[in-house]
Design a protein around this ligand. Structure first.
Ligand SMILES: O=C(O)CCC(=O)C(=O)O
Length: 244
């Protein structure tokens, strides 16, 4: 599998989890989401598609926080993290992906790094120097993601660049050639590089939990919110602490 990731920038692991392994995770995510919706109604009606920071104490009990960080650091996930990252990796954040309030809202091609304040040249350099990987765990069957294989290591063609930047009359939702659509089911794990060109496929009342890991580097430490990291007390209760 690591060679597939190196080549394409993503790997789908079918039936990675038994459905029962996701039952409590799903409950926690539902509880988080309903509270998030109450407090972020304006963002939601204005087009938000995801929330983040589930591991914080904002909406979760300490017991559920511990459950989440145990889930994130479970050996079978850590094994994949260690296979896919060239060097040591750490936990960056979690996200929940859901459908837009407006069913007609268009999706958009992007590389995650384009929203972090980097210049185009810096973004280009990131392809060889920085690794951020999403671990998508659908909690409902979803239409999934559309990805352009190989773009985790290859820079944009003109068409891709103009599309994801919405330039020269192109829209970021326009169709692009050479893409693949992946439709993970509940129990599957979809791992993909945040550096690659991708877009979400909305619909089916999607509800997916993403865990994001990144290189253990100074550049990424700046993006880590301490509120999303386990407290010392929680860490003491964890057997597997390498990712925090
Ligand atoms: O599912 C989506 O809406 C997009 C996912 C995405 O862009 C990401 O996880 O970086």
């Amino acid at each position: 599998m690591p060679h597939l990731y190196k080549e394409q920038g993503y790997v789908l692991y079918p039936n990675f989890f038994e459905k029962e392994e996701l039952t409590h995770l799903h409950k926690i995510c539902e509880a988080f989401h309903s509270q998030w919706l109450v407090n972020n109604n304006q963002a939601y009606t204005n087009g938000a598609l995801n929330s983040n920071g589930l591991t914080a104490s904002t909406y979760l009990t300490t017991t559920d926080q511990l459950f989440l960080i145990q889930f994130i650091s479970q050996p079978k996930l850590e094994k994949i993290v260690s296979q896919l990252f060239p060097e040591k990796a750490i936990f960056l954040n979690t996200q929940l992906f859901f459908d837009p309030f407006d069913a007609n809202q268009k999706n958009y091609w992007h590389r995650d790094m384009q929203y972090t304040g980097l210049t185009i040249e810096e973004q280009q350099a990131c392809l060889t120097t920085q690794n951020v990987i999403h671990f998508r765990i659908p909690l409902k069957p979803e239409l999934g993601l559309e990805l352009i294989p190989g773009t985790h290591k290859a820079w944009d063609t003109d068409e891709v660049f103009e599309t994801r930047m919405g330039k020269n009359g192109r829209l970021s939702s326009d169709a692009l050639n050479n893409s693949v659509s992946l439709k993970p089911d509940v129990g599957d794990l979809l791992v993909f590089s945040a550096n690659m060109v991708h877009r979400g496929l909305y619909g089916n009342d999607r509800f997916a939990f993403d865990i994001i890991f990144c290189d253990d580097s100074v550049a990424f430490k700046a993006f880590i919110n301490p509120m999303h990291q386990p407290t010392k007390a929680l860490l003491l209760q964890l057997t597997n602490k390498h990712l925090f």
